[in-house]
Design a protein around this ligand. Structure first.
Ligand code: NAD
Length: 518
């Protein structure tokens, strides 16, 4: 059988070999930009004429590709295609299903620099961020392949005299996968891989901002010879294509990653009764965050600041796990703030195709405007200590925002409560460790959290009391690894699905208990 799962190793771009390979991949991908990508329904490739031109957020004149948008009618056709493929795919032996994913992982691994380069151009990721995402996508394919085989084994029950009893798990049917733009490869591949490894067939809708990398994933599945109809590609707006998918009465589940409002809306749609529905469609929802790092007294400010800056400004703060609140004990507040400002000020903002860039542009004009509006709010709610200027510095129209820090922010202010999704950090003062945790918990969200402390008692207190799905002690609060830190939030951050964990595949399966009396 398959070897034991291991995480794909990351690379160090200060070394010559990875640096050269990434540079070559970036050059290679430039030669592939500007192509057209169709809707994929079974074996059919449909050019719809409704084109979504995907552009490089750091260089708006650069066209990444033209992607055909689907329509509600095409969603219905994609459903029929997935429905026709379901009997054969669900009855394919689980080891065979797993091999398709392991083959896809092998192809992706061979071209990992090329996938990373697509992420640099289409999502605006720096080299290390892009490579880490491509490696995570490989991990999801490898891990869920093995998990499907594990879930396919007999599940023990207590035996009853004169009977044979067993529990086994079956796929749900046709499901929808709706992905965000911020991890347009890893999260999209992860949700899709889990769904199909479990034997379901899928309608896949990428985010409007990053459809080309999703089309590349479709090409990968093709290269791994995944049977037609198992994954059907329906790019397009959430308001039309997404609505048609979540409103389809035959859908048995939706795996969604994105914002709280859209997630809650999908939850409601799936729960809405409809005489044509034959099941309660499952809602697997991973949503936003307002993540905090708490710094206790007696902590080395330099060490804490490294983790805070990486968590707050990595990928321009556009991670659900990003640290958007720093809550510091009053005894270290000034020292930590000073170090964080010093380190953040050194980050290089620019074109992420350049190896020396730490932060590219934010994803699009809407996002830029939203972040700038929070910077305006911050001027009345806090004290600006770094950034904040209108920093649209590109001569090619990219939406750049420099690291921005507001100090002395009140815990209940909008800045400290609402998800901004950009490089904006709010710094809050706490009078005790317990008060810091209580401030951290006082939001609707519960995704990631971090604590820097040297006190065993306080670390244990945080383990118990910090209401988050992923808690990180004495390290940054971003960068979960598959099957190392299963990922997913509590409260209004989602259904706590724990992607990359050993329960995750169960969300795409239904159990059947069979009893035969002899
Ligand atoms: P978004 O909610 O705007 O969009 C996510 C997806 O939903 C996109 O594909 C979009 O087209 C689709 N969509 C929008 N309206 C829809 C509708 N009415 N019906 C069906 N689908 C619809 O989110 P985004 O801006 O792409 O991503 C950023 C958000 O995702 C942030 O809130 C971030 O915290 C969250 N996120 C969460 C996790 C996690 O694991 N919890 C991971 C990554 C991102």
């Amino acid at each position: 059988m398959f070897s034991v799962f291991q995480n794909e190793p990351l690379v160090n771009f200060t070394e010559d070999n990875p640096k050269q390979r990434m540079q070559e991949a970036l050059t290679l991908v430039v030669g592939k930009l500007g192509k057209s990508y169709p809707v994929v329904i079974g074996k059919e490739r449909v050019e719809t004429g409704h084109i979504n031109p995907s552009r490089n957020p750091s260089r708006m004149s650069q066209l990444i590709g033209n992607v055909s948008d689907a329509s509600p009618e095409l969603v219905d056709r994609a459903f029929e295609s997935a429905h026709s493929a379901f009997p054969s795919w669900s009855n394919t032996p689980v080891e065979t299903r797993a091999r398709y994913l392991i083959k896809a992982a092998a192809i992706m691994r061979r071209k990992i620099y090329e996938y990373s380069a697509w992420l640099v151009y289409e999502a605006g990721k720096s080299w290390p961020e892009a490579y880490a995402e491509a490696a995570e996508a490989v991990d999801f394919l490898e891990f869920y392949a093995r998990e499907a085989v594990r879930w396919g084994q007999p599940h023990p029950t207590t035996q009853f005299p004169g009977e044979e009893n067993e529990v086994s798990y079956f796929p749900l049917g046709v499901g929808g996968v709706i992905a965000p733009w911020n991890f347009p490869l890893a999260i999209l591949a992860g949700m899709t891989a889990a769904a199909i490894a479990a034997g379901n067939t899928v309608l896949l809708k990428p985010a409007e901002q990053t459809p080309v990398i999703a089309a590349k994933f479709m090409e990968l599945l093709d290269a791994a010879s995944l049977p037609a109809g198992v994954v059907n590609f329906i790019p397009g707006p959430g308001e039309t294509v997404g609505e048609a998918m979540t409103g389809h009465p035959g859908i048995t589940f939706v795996a969604f990653t994105g914002s709280k409002d859209v997630g809650l809306h999908i939850n409601q749609r799936l729960a809405t009764p409809n005489p044509e529905k034959k099941c309660i469609p499952r809602a697997i929802l991973e949503m936003g965050g307002k993540d905090a790092i708490v710094v206790d007294e007696n902590v080395n400010p330099d060490i804490a600041a490294d983790g805070i800056v990486a968590s707050a400004f990595g990928f321009q703060g556009q991670k659900c796990s990003a640290c958007s609140r720093l809550i510091a004990h009053t005894k270290v507040y000034d020292a930590v703030l000073q170090k964080v400002v010093e380190k953040a000020a050194k980050l290089v903002v620019g074109d992420p195709a350049d190896a020396s860039t730490n932060m590219g542009a934010v994803i699009d004009a809407d996002s830029y405007r939203k972040i700038m509006s929070y910077i305006a709010i911050g001027r009345s709610e806090g004290k600006l200590v770094l950034g904040g200027e209108d920093s649209n510095t590109s001569n090619d129209g990219g939406y750049f925002v420099h690291p921005t820090i507001f100090a002395d922010v009140a815990p209940t202010s909008r800045l400290a409560q609402e998800e901004i999704f950009g490089p904006l950090l709010s710094v809050i003062r706490a009078n005790s460790f317990q008060e810091a945790i209580s401030i951290a918990n006082d939001t609707q969200y519960g995704l990631t959290g971090g604590v820097y402390s040297n006190s065993r008692e306080n670390l244990e207190y945080a383990r118990r009391e910090f209401q988050v799905g992923n808690l990180y002690l004495n390290r940054k609060c971003t960068g979960a690894f598959v099957d190392v830190q299963p990922f997913g939030g509590s409260k209004l951050s989602g259904t706590n699905s724990k992607a990359g964990g050993r329960q995750y595949l169960g969300l795409f399966l239904q159990g059947k208990s069979v009893c035969e009396r002899w």
